[in-house]
Design a protein around this ligand. Structure first.
Ligand SMILES: NC(=O)c1ccc[n+]([C@@H]2O[C@H](COP(=O)([O-])OP(=O)(O)OC[C@H]3O[C@@H](n4cnc5c(N)ncnc54)[C@H](O)[C@@H]3O)[C@@H](O)[C@H]2O)c1
Ligand SMILES: [Zn+2]
Ligand SMILES: [Zn+2]
Length: 387
């Protein structure tokens, strides 16, 4: 019997979502049916609504969610009805050029099918009442009562995590904490600057605190966000676009921040991150802007052996949370465009992001273990997926 459910559908950019009754596709053997209990609104959803990120429509947005397994396909072994799960928007095929090289974050199927908002096999998971196929953002479409996802996209967690907190781990927390623990190399006495203190930036502040940073400078254009950042571990807040780089230097005996994590999603913030980092420091760009936008940098600011990464959140069993899409030392002084550069050496064996959700003796602990396993990351340059 066909399952019908309510979903919030976007029909065109810059219009309101419409709640509609839709019909689910049959459950494939490796799929699970998830009853969505909580879903967050990430800035990426807003970028689709604004038209800055272009996807085929009609589409169901929502890619940061948690829920309960309501049904499982015949080949599903790891999950069962009633399990509480966090949903991941980052499936991978396991056998493409990048998956074979331990870089599932760059999975070719993910990039190709993700931009079409269809499943890996090209199908859609639901239809409108008219019979028209519905697209799903980032393999999820969680602004709905139900989601049908392959087993690999549902990660079981302990039942005592409230759904509204668990859902945030699916994107904002994953991205920000993962950037601080798995992409940047934050040392105990380091000064870390986080530019943009929304969901992702606040998580980066907490990640920097977990990594042991001595100073965490939060930057935002909203004082309310800065107050929150300070409650979450920032040692100071800055709301002054002109002074950001100067403050970074003032706090570090003139050097600049050891690590700058950008989570604002603006060209100005990308530029500021490069100006505020110290020579030899690290910049991690998490924010996104329209893929066709050119971003300019002051040449002098780049001539300092800075290492820059563009990073995306990843959430799969056995995978680290947030992996670099590309990582490159930026240097014009010497020829160091080689994978032997220390900045390319990944920090391995970080505790999993879900470590806090794990408990000794918990039979589900294997379900929530997310650790690094990609020592073999290469230094090949990559750019944001073209979507
Ligand atoms: N890399 C990934 O995997 C990933 C995952 C999720 C979100 N994102 C991207 O990260 C960015 C942040 O997402 P979010 O959900 O936290 O958004 P958000 O809207 O919750 O937060 C953005 C924050 O940046 C601040 N801001 C805007 N312009 C600024 C500027 N010039 N200087 C300082 N602060 C500024 C805003 O006031 C806001 O507090 C977005 O671009 C989003 O698309 C990336
Ligand atoms: Zn997101
Ligand atoms: Zn792949």
């Amino acid at each position: 019997m066909t399952l019908h459910y309510q979903a919030a559908v976007l029909h065109e950019a810059r219009s309101a979502l419409r709640v509609e009754r839709v019909a689910a596709a049959p459950l494939a053997p490796s799929d699970v049916l998830v009853g969505v209990r909580a879903a967050g609104l990430c800035h990426t959803d807003l970028e689709v609504i604004d038209g800055a990120l272009r996807y085929p429509m009609p589409i169901v947005l929502g890619h940061e969610a948690a829920g309960v397994i309501e049904d499982v396909g015949s080949a599903v072994r790891r999950l069962k009805k009633g399990d509480h799960v966090i949903l991941s928007w980052n499936p991978h095929c396991g056998h493409c050029y990048y998956c074979d090289r331990g870089l599932p974050i760059l999975c070719e199927d993910y990039l190709a099918k993700g931009s079409q908002a269809v499943q890996f096999d090209g199908t859609c998971k639901a239809r409108r009442a008219s019979g028209e196929e519905l697209k799903h953002l980032m393999f999820l479409g969680a602004f709905a009562e139900y989601c049908i996802v392959p087993e690999q996209q549902a990660i079981a967690v302990t039942r005592d995590i409230p759904f509204d907190r668990a859902s945030l781990i699916g994107c904002g927390v994953m991205t920000g904490v993962g950037a601080a623990l798995n992409v940047a190399h934050i040392g105990r006495a380091d000064t870390v600057m986080v530019i943009g203190c929304g969901a992702v930036g606040l998580a980066a502040v907490q990640g920097a605190r977990l990594a042991g940073a001595a100073k965490i400078i939060a930057v935002d254009i909203d004082d309310g966000k800065l107050a929150l950042a300070q409650r979450m571990g920032a040692t100071q807040g800055v709301n002054n676009k002109q002074e950001v780089a100067a403050i970074a230097r003032r706090e570090t005996f003139g050097r600049g921040a050891d690590v700058v994590i950008e989570a604002a999603g603006s060209a100005a913030a990308f530029r500021t991150s490069i100006e505020a980092v110290r020579p030899g420091g690290e910049v991690v760009w998490l924010g996104k802007i329209d893929v066709n936008t050119d971003v300019t940098f002051r040449w002098g600011a780049l001539m300092q052996e800075i290492s820059a990464s563009g990073a995306r959140a990843t959430a799969r069993r056995g995978q680290r949370a947030t992996s670099p899409c590309w990582r490159r030392p930026i240097s014009t002084a010497a020829s160091c465009w080689t994978s032997d550069h220390p900045a390319h050496q990944s920090r391995c064996d970080q505790p999993g992001l879900f470590g806090a959700a794990r408990r000794k003796g918990d039979p589900q602990r294997d379900h929530v273990r997310i650790t690094s396993d990609d020592r073999r990351r290469s230094a090949q340059p990559r750019h944001w997926p073209n979507r």
